[in-house]
Design a protein around this ligand. Structure first.
Ligand code: DGL
Length: 270
């Protein structure tokens, strides 16, 4: 048993996809979310910048006394995990391994698509991880940067009936629809916030895997295996943002399904 909180971070709202699943799976855990909206998007940044931001965010959460950190950001998960694990003696879970394992298990046709940020696609980590896990060598992987979807989500354009959301989804996902995958990894945690718009565009065909959901389930399983769960009644939740707390709270509440009061926090550089 370990009563310390769990930290979760992302460049902004995207990591809430993982947070929402943690809230459901681990009602007794204390959870701290940090959304670095001030520095979003991460996906257009250099590897050095992404690493520095990842270190600063993990440092902030480590300073809150967490026992584990869920890196709810595909961009940081693809570019900085080794560094984070070397720097902080904490349990780290990325959005890379568990979601890729789920995709490999789930595909029937072997056609797997990866939609992510520019920096994630450039790093190639999802592609590599999928191929390493694919014992049969039958996978055909198609990876596509869909950076403008991050902007759409941060601006609150997520619903299929919102013309800006529908336009962004169609512009970014057309090559993925042409590829006809049976499994689509939403490898940027912002993208499941547009799941209905993505589903409306792609139809019922592909299975959509939210990397934040899969990683949250993996963290929950690891806490159990390691005996690090908290016991003692309902846990508390804290939401922090380096951006505008009111805007963050309003957009987050729409997705989480309950109101929140975010607090402003600005971590020191890593
Ligand atoms: N949600 C993040 C990810 O999963 C970052 C998106 C961005 O800020 O570009 O990659």
């Amino acid at each position: 048993m370990d009563n310390r909180p769990i930290g979760v971070f992302d460049s902004g709202l995207g990591g809430l996809t993982a947070m929402r699943t943690l809230e459901r799976l681990l009602p007794e855990e204390n959870l701290i979310y940090f959304g670095d909206s001030r520095n979003a998007p991460y996906g257009t940044r250099t590897v050095e910048e992404i690493r520095a931001l990842g270190l600063a965010n993990a440092g902030f959460l480590a300073g809150q006394g967490v026992k584990a950190i869920l890196v709810a950001c595909g961009t940081v998960s693809s570019n900085a995990m080794e560094l984070l694990r070397a720097r902080f003696p904490l349990l780290f879970v990325s959005v890379l391994e568990a979601p890729c394992a789920e995709a490999v298990q789930s595909t029937r046709t072997g056609r797997v698509a990866v939609a992510a940020t520019e920096a994630t696609i450039k790093a190639g980590a999802f592609d590599r991880c999928l191929r390493e896990l694919d014992a049969s060598g039958r996978l055909t992987v198609f990876s596509k940067a869909c950076q403008s979807l991050v902007r759409a989500v941060e601006a609150g354009h997520t619903r299929p009936e919102d013309p800006e959301a529908a336009r962004a989804v169609a512009a970014e996902l057309a090559p993925i629809r042409d590829f006809a995958p049976d499994t689509l990894l939403l490898a940027c945690t912002h993208f499941p916030l547009m799941e209905d718009a993505i589903r409306a565009y792609l139809g019922d065909g592909p299975r959509l895997i939210s990397v934040g959901d899969a990683a949250a389930a993996a963290l929950s399983a690891q806490l159990r295996t390691l005996g690090l769960e908290r016991r003692g009644g309902p846990g508390w939740r804290r939401y922090c943002t380096s951006g505008e707390p009111e805007t963050f709270s309003r957009l987050a509440a729409g997705f989480l399904g309950h109101t929140i009061t975010a607090e402003r926090q600005v971590p020191q550089d890593g």
